[in-house]
Write a protein that binds this ligand. Structure first.
Ligand code: HEM
Length: 542
């Protein structure tokens, strides 16, 4: 009995001990939980404060002078994100310029933006102060998509400078003369394509730009249709154009978003970027394989690689070559596309240009480069193609590497600066009825050309397009050759009514006319013969 009581006493004591232990465990847990909770709360508060400060500081960092004028932000935190449409933002900025002037400031989260809406201010900032305005903004999408190799996106510094030097040397006016034969051959190929399968004119146009660059840079010939490189590079370039539109991808303003998984709401950009990255790597290395192995034709890449003495230099050449394609192919396709689009819609202008060509060149030979200075109206038409629908209506963004003060306004370091080429091309002081395609706006009363060669479409300052002489030669030669040999008209439907060509343009930073139909027919039997003969000649030379 005594033992029994002792046992139950001990059991009771053990129970009490257990309860006491549990209580102490619970109170320890509670204490830990409370501490952890306060810790988390503290960390959260610190994070929120830091985030708030990162948004606020740029605003507080405003020195004595105000920011340039611009639309009041709709949201204090997101700024003007909802004010600027992701599609054709240059149109909104052009609208704003009517109210706020040549320089329009807006903000997205903690990032500052400027739209420069007049040529004069673009020259003041991007050219006269090019020591400040020659950087490029860092955009997370460019890294994620594997476009970092491009000279055009490189930070203003030694790596960019070294690649830029190669570009300048390779595409300066004298150097470009050496590529004219290739350009001419590829244009003659295109003319043959237009003669045989005119309905595929868009594809011929695309192949032409790709073929000129591939042959000049890599010494390879692309297939006349459905070339793997041309097709893949085109879709890649289109993705790039989408990714650069300001406000389109939040990750450009809030780079930490790239750490979130692809399935997270709003993170669809991850798979978009991954696909682009995979093809870009191939686009950069594939065409050089033959040349690096010592095979392949004499070309720009083989010449540049031949001058390299180490891997760093070779990598630089790879970047330059891939940038030539990425920067030069789609841009030229866009401008030639606009030429066809304008010719269908402004038939009287086509006739006038053909009259000039017939008078100067006659119709017994194909145009050559030396004809350029004798054809002012064709030159004016070439300029109007570039002005009427600029290839890059919002230019390519620059960024400030230091703060600046301009006309009493404060421009912070790191501001993204868009040269609003669209607004410049619509400048009422310079261009009457800017929406109309009218080459004679470039011709003076005495019949000679005026000084406006629309060079602003190729950018500004130290970042100005180094391929502009090459591009100009390609585009001009294409325009004059097509006009000399073909009639471009609206297509007719089954009832004989003309099908309107009014679908307009794609969006994105680099624009193209949306697909349209047109009828392309040789102007005469002689035209047909000239094209076929040139093609035979070209095949013989290749
Ligand atoms: C119609 C054809 C073309 C147009 C409208 C065009 C337009 C432009 C524009 C607006 C820029 C930005 C300039 C700036 O930042 O202010 C640029 C940059 C560039 N373009 Fe072109 N381009 C064309 C053809 C070409 C061609 C054929 C090549 C190469 C062969 C090329 C290579 C480049 C490169 C490498 C850059 C970057 C320059 C740098 O960041 O330093 N472009 N282009």
């Amino acid at each position: 009995m005594h033992h029994g009581r002792l046992r139950s006493f001990l059991q009771q004591e053990r129970l009490n001990d257990n309860q006491a232990q549990s209580r102490s465990l619970i109170s320890t847990m509670m204490a830990t939980f409370t501490t952890t909770f306060y810790c988390d709360l503290f960390v959260a508060l610190v994070c929120l404060t830091l985030l708030g400060l990162s948004l606020l500081l740029p605003l507080l960092s405003r020195k004595r002078a105000p920011f340039p004028p611009g639309p009041p932000p709709k949201s204090w935190i997101a700024g003007n994100v909802r004010d600027l449409p992701p599609e054709r933002p240059w149109l909104q900025c052009t609208e704003w310029s009517k109210k706020y002037g040549s320089l329009v400031y807006f903000r997205m989260f903690n990032k500052h933006f400027l739209s420069v809406n007049s040529y004069e201010v673009a020259v003041d900032l991007l050219e006269k102060r090019s020591n400040i305005y020659s950087n490029r903004p860092t955009r997370k999408m460019i890294d994620l998509m594997g476009w970092k190799f491009m000279t055009a996106f490189k930070e203003y510094g030694d790596k960019w400078r070294a690649e830029r030097r190669i570009f300048q040397q390779s595409f300066k006016p004298d150097a470009v003369l050496a590529y004219q034969q290739i350009q001419l051959q590829k244009i003659h190929d295109m003319l043959y394509g237009l003669l045989t399968t005119p309905e595929d004119f868009r594809s011929h146009n695309r192949t032409l730009s790709g073929a000129i660059i591939m042959s000049t840079v890599y010494g390879t010939d692309v297939a006349h249709k459905g070339d793997y490189y041309v097709d893949t590079a085109e879709s890649s370039a289109q993705k790039l154009a989408q990714s650069l539109v300001p406000g389109k991808y939040a990750v450009n303003s809030l780079p930490f978003l790239h750490r979130l998984p692809g399935w997270f709401p709003g993170c669809g950009f991850q798979s978009f970027a991954r696909e682009a990255r995979e093809v870009n790597e191939e686009l950069m290395t594939r065409p050089l394989k033959e040349i690096e192995a010592g095979r392949g034709r004499q070309c720009l890449a083989s010449e540049l690689l031949g001058n390299c003495s180490d891997e760093e230099q070779r990598q630089r050449v790879r970047h330059v070559c891939a940038t030539s394609y990425a920067g030069g192919a789609d841009t030229t396709v866009s401008s030639t596309g606009t030429f066809f689009y304008a010719m269908v819609n402004f038939y009287d202008i086509q006739i006038r240009a053909q009259e000039e060509i017939d008078n100067v060149i006659g119709n017994s030979r194909l145009p050559v480069y030396d004809d350029r200075t004798s054809l002012p109206y064709v030159e004016a038409l070439y300029r109007e193609v570039l002005r009427w629908q600029p290839v890059l209506p919002f230019g390519v963004a620059h960024s400030t590497s230091d703060e600046d003060l301009y006309n009493g306004y404060y421009i912070p370091k790191g501001t993204t600066v868009f040269p609003n080429v669209w607004a410049m091309s619509r400048d009422r002081a310079k261009y009457d009825n800017a929406e109309v395609f009218e080459p004679s706006r470039f011709i003076k009363e005495d019949g000679t050309l005026n000084d406006d060669d629309v060079h602003y479409v190729f950018g500004f300052g130290r970042r100005v397009c180094p391929g502009r002489h090459f591009a100009s030669a390609s585009l001009w030669m294409t325009i004059v050759s097509v006009l000399a040999l073909f009639d471009i008209r609206k297509q007719k439907d089954a009832e004989g009514n003309e099908i309107p060509v009014d679908k307009g343009y794609s969006t994105g930073t680099l624009v193209h006319p949306l697909p349209f139909e047109c009828s392309i027919t040789p102007r005469s039997e002689t035209s047909r013969r000239l094209i076929t003969d040139a093609r035979i000649e070209t095949s013989r030379e290749i």
